[in-house]
Design a protein around this ligand. Structure first.
Ligand code: ADP
Ligand code: ZN
Ligand code: MG
Length: 481
């Protein structure tokens, strides 16, 4: 067991999917021409007054409830003062000591397979700043450009307790958090577009010591895999500092993905550096019990309970249930299809193995599959009723993918032959038995699993056309006889 134990806490910013910004009517949209979605309010021109966007409150409340937080009835907006070129106001409207929600949690799977509860300290609302563009212009060597479109974008910042102990747990926490937010529909969580950003706080302490070590905050990490890598790097770095007699300093560090390491950026500012004070231009935010319960009703079934229900309802493995609930849309489509199928488990298997494998090989998403859900159900039913063999199914699916056609059309056209004639199948079995005396001996010596070998051989000899149920039955009969 390692001598040091890591302690990790994550701060995640997500952009809320509102049509307009948090305090003005400007469009909340990614990808517009620079400095086109701006107005006196989001630029903070003198005299302009912010008005809180009700939709942002709805989304923040829904996210809070989905994360098991207690929603505060009265929360306060505060000014966080700092200078930065992409913040023309000179302050950011955020929430400080009275955020909209606190005391939540997410359960995450750990290395030993058990679940662990990671606390969520708080969820607060705030506005985003603009963006400095350091690259991409012919004179980028000497100039930095500013795009202020993002000023005033509504954000929820979700701060975890320092409950996370390994980079893998951090990865799981983020994966679960993103899943919940996507299910809830409050954010698209698109990391490339900056809709989800994560700062990772990490320290190490001698195992057994209660007091936390000094933490570093790692910024600029734009994928969950990189966060795991950055944490691994940072833990090792801190252990080395301590082991060589040094002390970890509290600072902000930047992750460099190319080099796979972190660099010191600046010493960490303290809360008092920001001179927080209540925002004088906004009244307290009141979330009534009635509004809160209305938001709770709007929540969909969340990923974890949904998985548990689907495992029970469709007799799925935990792994399959997980894969099927990777997105709410996929789970919805599966469930709608499963309800019409003779055996939902077969639908799950086909979707994840046969189709999933083909899609993955082609780099396609489920939505891009040539085979519709109705097609998958048809295929599953045909298999279930032994009307086609799995070999025939594979051949039909190959055609679907080659010609980009749905399963029902391909099936109707190709109508694979099936041999149901007992004597024809028996003839094939006799041939295979005659050609494989050693396996026959094994079977008769008690190794019953060898039957599978004969079924496979005869199926091949029939070009996949033997009726599977009949074939199984006749092989056993012949071998026993
Ligand atoms: P700060 O005042 O520096 O912003 P906070 O106490 O607000 O620090 O915590 C910010 C984040 O850092 C939280 O996610 C918290 O869980 C985490 N954190 C706090 N102390 C530690 C520590 N010693 N080691 C690792 N993470 C920590
Ligand atoms: Zn504006
Ligand atoms: Mg803090």
């Amino acid at each position: 067991m390692a001598k040091y134990e890591p302690v990790i806490g994550l701060e995640v910013h997500v952009q809320l999917l509102t049509a307009s910004k948090i305090f003005c009517g400007c469009a909340n949209r990614f990808g517009s021409a620079p400095n086109t979605n701006i107005c006196p309010v989001c630029l903070g021109l003198p005299g302009a007054l912010p008005v809180l966007n009700a939709k942002a409150v709805e989304f923040a409340t829904m996210a809070s409830l989905a994360l098991n937080c207690q929603v505060r009835e009265r929360s306060i907006f505060a000014r966080k003062n700092y200078f930065y070129p992409d913040l023309p106001k000179g302050y950011q409207i955020s929430q400080f000591d009275k955020p909209i929600a606190e005391h939540g949690w997410i359960d995450v799977p750990t290395a030993d397979g058990s679940m662990k509860r990671i606390g969520i300290t708080r969820l607060h609302m705030e506005e985003d700043a603009g963006k400095s563009l350091h690259d991409g212009f012919s004179d980028s060597a000497t100039r930095t450009y500013l795009d202020l479109n993002r000023c005033g974008t509504p954000l929820a910042e979700i701060v975890s307790e320092p409950d996370i102990r390994t980079p893998d747990e951090a990865f799981e926490y983020l994966t679960r958090l993103k899943e919940i937010l996507l299910y809830t529909g409050v954010s698209d969580c698109n990391m490339e577009e900056g809709s989800l950003r994560c700062d990772a706080n990490v320290s190490v302490r001698p195992r057994g010591q209660e007091k936390f070590g000094t933490k570093a905050e790692v910024k600029n990490v734009n994928s969950f895999r990189f966060i795991r890598a950055a944490l691994e790097y940072e833990i090792e770095r801190q252990v080395e500092v301590i082991e060589s007699g040094g002390r970890v300093v509290q600072e902000t560090r930047l992750w460099n993905a190319g080099e796979g390491r972190t660099y010191s950026m600046r010493s960490k500012e303290q809360a008092h550096d920001y001179r927080y004070f209540p925002e004088p231009d906004l009244p307290p935010l009141i979330v009534s019990a009635e509004f809160r319960e209305e938001m709770r009703k709007r929540l969909p079934e969340l990923p974890e309970p949904r998985r548990a229900r689907m495992i029970a309802e469709y007799d799925l493995s935990a792994k399959d249930a997980h894969a099927l609930t990777s997105s709410r849309e996929f789970a919805d489509r599966f469930e709608a299809a499963a309800k019409t199928a003779k055996n939902p488990r077969r639908v799950a298997n086909l979707l994840l193995s046969e189709l999933g494998g083909r899609l993955k090989a082609l780099g396609l998403e489920q939505e891009q599959s040539p085979v519709s859900m109705a097609g998958v159900v048809m295929a599953a039913d045909l298999l279930e009723e032994d009307k086609i063999s799995s070999k025939q199914l594979k051949q039909l699916l190959d055609v679907c993918f080659e010609k980009s056609e749905d399963f029902p059309a391909v099936y109707e056209r190709e109508k694979p032959q099936q041999i149901t004639d007992v004597s024809a199948i028996e003839k094939l079995i006799d041939e295979v038995i005659a050609a494989n005396p050693r396996q026959v001996e094994q079977y008769r010596g008690g190794k019953k699993t060898v039957a599978g070998f004969f079924v496979g051989q005869v199926m091949r000899a029939s070009k996949g056309q033997a009726n599977p149920a009949l074939l199984n039955e006749l092989v056993t009969k012949k071998l026993e006889g």
